[in-house]
Ligand binder design. Structure first.
Ligand code: ATP
Length: 236
């Protein structure tokens, strides 16, 4: 579904991603692991068109999207839940959700159907639809950020560290929801610093270190490679 080839990205002069190759097969959860500063967020931002590569290409469903605008990329079916959630704090839960379908040419009935799907997945959001997003807890804001991304009916959902700053019990419930979203047919690219957690929920994984892919494989196999995990992820 997604193919990244020889991707090199630099913010100023020195590249932060060095000719990386990565693929996401339709129907899977693919994890992107790596320590702080490895280049995980930069990879997602490049797929979304928020950062332009120096070299290389990104294709989605066989079509090259490297030079498309971010809104065109969303329209094709790639949704990005950014690190730190970035919900609109002064808008209500429902207003935040509606913004998620802004780029799609949905009818009012289709928007309503998507809202119902999100409320079914996250009943907490339904209970709080009129509450200002900025007054919600961290876990609720994460649910809202995921719900907002689902409102564009993505084929590929990209999640940048959804567990960040959340209590273990909330992280477990977010991971369960990610699995549920995948089981309903959405392909997922998941950034996660907690390797144990990510390898448990994903089918396939890549390990990034200082802007390079240093390991990849079936998640169950990588989980057994303690030496590699310790070397690149501090054994987490
Ligand atoms: P983290 O888990 O800490 O977010 P990451 O693996 O997602 O790390 P990136 O955020 O992609 O890593 O950062 C990769 C490198 O690029 C880092 O050295 C970072 O300092 C640098 N970087 C990121 N964003 C910018 C920017 N806007 N301008 C300049 N350098 C940047």
């Amino acid at each position: 579904m997604l193919k990244i080839e020889n991707l090199t990205v630099a913010y100023e002069v020195a590249p932060v991603l060095h000719s990386i190759n990565l693929q996401v097969q339709e129907g899977q959860i693919v994890a992107l692991l790596g320590a702080n500063g490895a280049g995980k967020s930069t990879t997602l931002k490049t797929i979304s068109g928020l950062v332009r590569p120096m070299e290389g290409s990104v294709s989605f469903g066989g079509k090259e999207i490297t030079k498309l605008r971010p809104d065109e990329i969303v329209e094709l079916g790639i949704a990005h839940v950014p690190e730190g959630r970035l919900v609109f704090p002064g808008l209500t839960v429902e207003e935040n959700l509606r913004i998620g379908s802004y780029t799609q040419k949905f009818t009012q009935a289709e928007i309503k159907a998507e809202l119902e799907n999100v409320y079914e997945l996250f009943p907490r959001l339904a209970e709080r639809k009129r509450q200002l997003a900025g007054t919600m807890s961290g876990g609720e804001q994460q649910m809202l950020a995921i719900g907002r991304a689902l409102m564009c009916k993505p084929k590929l959902l990209m999640l940048d560290e959804p567990s960040l700053g959340l209590a273990p019990v909330i992280i477990d419930s977010i991971m369960e929801k990610i699995t549920e979203i995948n089981q309903h047919g959405t392909t997922i690219l998941l950034i996660e610093q907690n390797a144990h957690l990510a390898l448990e929920v994903s089918h396939y994984a890549y390990v990034l270190s200082v802007g390079k892919v240093v390991s990849e494989g079936q998640s169950a196999d990588l989980a057994k490679d303690k030496a590699m995990l310790a070397a690149y992820l501090g054994g987490s």
